[in-house]
Design a protein around this ligand. Sequence first.
Ligand code: GDP
Ligand code: MN
Length: 387
Amino acid sequence: MKIHEFQAKEMLRSHGIQVPKGGPATSGEEAVEVARRVGNGPWVIKAQVHAGGRGKAGGILMASSLHEVGEVSSRLLGARLATVQSGPQGHLVKKVLVEEAVQVERELYAGVVVDRSEGRAVLLLSASGGVEIETLAKERPHEIVREFLEPWGELPSFRARRACFALGLDGEVRSQVEKALRGLCSLFHEEDCTLAEINPLAITKEGVVLALDAKINLDDNALFRHPSWFQLRDPEEEDPLEVEARDYGLSYVKMDGTIGCMVNGAGLAMATMDVVLQVGARPANFLDVGGGAREEVVSRAFEILLKDPKVKVILVNIFGGITRGDVLARGIVDAASKLQVHVPIVVRLEGTNAQEGHRILEESGLRIHVAKSMVEAAKLASTLGRN
Ligand code: GDP
Ligand code: MN
């Protein structure tokens, strides 16, 4: 789950990291009010959308008078902002963040992510702030300093210091950066983040260390621990199909391929996507319909898959365990005929009562192709999807 910059900065502040004075606004007048409260200017007006790269796309603007704050904010609000991360249709700007502008001396990058191969959270620090970390990792990877967090989320001070030394930081600035890094690590852990990034972490002309930008992704699986997160959610910024799927209790992630996948079990769903890629095709989504894939659930799943105009074929991969194969097959047939599915459906069904299931599918009179194995199913879907 992504949140907005102004929300992320609120979290940073509560973990002892300094951020510029400011606040969100939804209209030009409100922006002027915030600006007046913040100081005498100049100000920075920042479009609040769930995408980075706003600076280069014209979503970060300066204003030197209150009049200009109103004007610039009104211009951004209601406009669409397309950045390198958003796709060409862009995001609708509904809020801006109005902040005091600061005079920047140096910009650093600081981020915490999960290192999957190490199975640990890692702090990344670099002297090249403002630059996208993905670009830096590709072109000049040796410029990224890495320090691991302890399993309980702490970045021990010696590691924070070592990272700062590697960047040549010293004195009062170094101790401020250290504090910010340790705060970012504890935030990452306590708030159950999948990403906590400050880019840039600025050192001002006065030697103050400030988070000028913040990007925080929260782990949806930890929602139950953080009831307050519901207020942070901005459904309009999320993929409409993903929102709909979530409301149905389906675990769905949209992707960019043409093979709509419907699978029971997250592990099998991952394996299915691997096999689809292996045969040279691309999945349109990840979809786990869960254990008891009954007709209603299958119907909902089909509906969501078919709303994606890119889907050319549906690949159903089900392992009947507790739920019997014949029940699943009937669910698929009923849902497919009720919804008048217009694309071919390939089904691989194994497990309890699979043979009975196959018979039901084959006798349905619908365009359902039964495959014997996962690879066969993926190959068939790939061929049918091309026609
Ligand atoms: P992003 O492009 O979406 O990552 O948005 P950022 O919040 O990182 O803003 C882009 C750039 O604008 C930053 O890298 C800074 O260089 C610059 N910027 C943002 N706020 C200020 C500010 O208060 N003062 C100055 N001088 N530059 C700023
Ligand atoms: Mn940034």
